[in-house]
Design a protein around this ligand. Structure first.
Ligand code: NDP
Ligand code: OXD
Length: 307
C-alpha cells in the first residue's frame, strides 16, 4: 500500500516529505519515483501526465491536489467507479477571500489615484459615494468564504448557483434569468465557478450585455469560463469597464497575448489562492486515512455533476 503525490508542473518533493513526516507509517511516493505502481492505493494528482492512471491498477480513490477537479473529471483514464476527492481547506478559502477583497477595495476606494497624487505632492481627499454590490457566480466552499469577508465590510453580496439553494441570509439566484438579474445588479461580478460543460464559456458577450455599466469583472475560476474574443468589445462598451483576470485559456499567458497590453485588463498569474503545503499535507494525510478505512476521500466530487 502506498500514497502517490504527482503534479507534472511543479516540484512536490517538499510536500511529499511533509506528508511522510506527518504520517510515519505511510509509504509516500513522489512522482516520478513511483516504485511498483500496483502498490499505490491513493493518488493525489495535479495535471497528471498522460498514461499514468492506467498504470495505477491498485487505486482505491484519487484526489485532486487542488480545489479544481476538471483535470481528473475529463481524464478518460480515470475509472468511472473510482471515488474522486479534492483538497479545499479553510486556508485556501481565506486566501481567495483576501485576494478578492484586496482587488475590490483597491478599485472601489480608488487607491490608484493616490499613488499619482503622491508623486505630484498633491493633497486631494476622495472617497467613493456608493457602496458596491458583489455578485458571486458560484457559492461553494470558496464563494461562501469570500461572501463572509465582503459582508464583514458591510458590502452586500448576491450569489448565483446551479441549485439556487439558499445557505444563509445571502440572496441566491439560479438559471438564465437569475444570472441576468445578478449581472444587472453587481458592481463587481466575480466568477468562482468550477469548469464543467455547463459553465465553459459562461463569461460571454450575452452575459456582458446584461452587466451593469462601469462594473468590474473578476475571473478566478478557470480560463475557459471566458470567451476571450468577447472581452475587448465588451470593455469598449464599459460592460464591464475593467476585467481582472487570474486564469486563462493558456497558462502561462503567452507573451504576445493582447490581454497583457490592454488598458482595461489587469492580470495576475493564477495565484489568487494557492494550495499551501502545510494545509495540503494535513488534508492529504486525513484523506488517505479515510480511504484506508473504506471511507470516501475528503471533498468527494459528484462525478455526474462534474464538480
Ligand atoms: P465548490 O464545488 O465548493 O462550489 C461550486 C459552486 O459553483 C457551487 O455553488 C455550485 O452550485 C456552483 N455551480 C456549479 N455549476 C454551476 C452551474 N452550471 N451553474 C451555476 N452554478 C454552478 O467549488 P469551490 O468554491 O471550492 O471552487 C470553485 C472553483 O474555483 C474551483 O473549481 C476552481 O476551478 C477555482 N479555483 C481557482 C483558484 C485560483 O487560484 N484561481 C484556486 C482554487 C480554486 P451549487 O451550490 O448549486 O452546487
Ligand atoms: C485550484 C487552483 O484549483 O489552484 O486549487 O486553481
Amino acid at each position: 500500500m502506498a500514497l502517490l503525490i504527482c503534479a507534472s508542473d511543479r516540484d512536490t518533493s517538499r510536500l511529499a516529505a511533509r506528508v511522510a513526516a506527518m504520517a510515519p507509517g505511510v509509504n509516500v511516493r513522489n512522482w516520478p519515483d513511483i516504485g511498483q505502481p500496483e502498490d499505490i492505493d491513493f493518488a493525489v494528482l495535479w495535471r497528471q501526465p498522460p498514461g499514468l492512471l492506467p498504470r495505477l491498477t491498485g487505486l482505491k480513490a484519487v484526489s485532486s491536489l487542488g480545489a479544481g477537479v476538471e483535470h481528473l473529471v475529463n481524464d478518460p483514464d480515470l475509472p468511472e467507479h473510482l471515488p474522486l476527492g479534492r483538497l479545499a481547506g479553510p486556508k485556501l478559502a481565506s486566501d481567495m477571500a483576501a485576494y478578492l477583497v484586496a482587488q475590490v477595495l483597491w478599485h472601489w476606494k480608488g487607491l490608484d489615484r493616490f499613488a499619482g497624487q503622491q508623486s505630484e505632492r498633491r493633497w486631494q481627499p476622495w472617497t467613493p459615494r456608493h457602496t458596491p454590490t458583489i455578485g458571486l457566480l458560484g457559492y461553494g466552499h470558496l464563494g461562501q468564504a469570500c461572501a463572509r469577508a465582503f459582508q464583514a465590510l458591510d458590502l452586500p453580496v448576491t450569489a448565483w448557483t446551479r441549485s439556487g439553494q439558499s445557505i444563509d441570509d445571502t440572496v441566491v439566484h439560479s438559471g438564465a434569468s437569475g444570472l441576468a438579474t445578478l449581472a444587472a445588479q453587481a458592481d463587481y461580478l466575480i466568477c468562482l465557478l468550477p469548469l464543467t460543460d455547463q459553465t465553459r464559456g459562461i463569461l460571454n458577450q450575452r452575459l456582458f450585455t446584461t452587466m451593469k455599466p462601469d462594473s468590474v469583472l473578476i475571473s478566478v475560476g478557470r480560463g475557459p469560463h471566458l470567451i476571450e474574443a468577447d472581452l475587448a468589445p465588451a470593455l469598449e462598451q464599459r460592460r464591464p469597464a475593467l476585467a481582472i483576470l487570474d486564469v486563462f485559456d493558456q497558462e502561462p499567458l503567452p507573451a504576445d497575448h493582447p490581454f497583457w497590453q490592454h488598458p482595461q485588463i489587469r492580470i495576475t498569474p493564477h495565484c489568487s489562492a494557492i494550495t499551501r503545503s502545510d494545509e495540503a499535507a494535513e488534508l492529504i494525510v486525513e484523506s488517505y486515512h479515510r480511504v484506508r478505512k473504506g471511507l470516501p476521500p475528503l471533498g468527494l466530487v459528484k462525478r455526474e455533476r462534474g464538480y
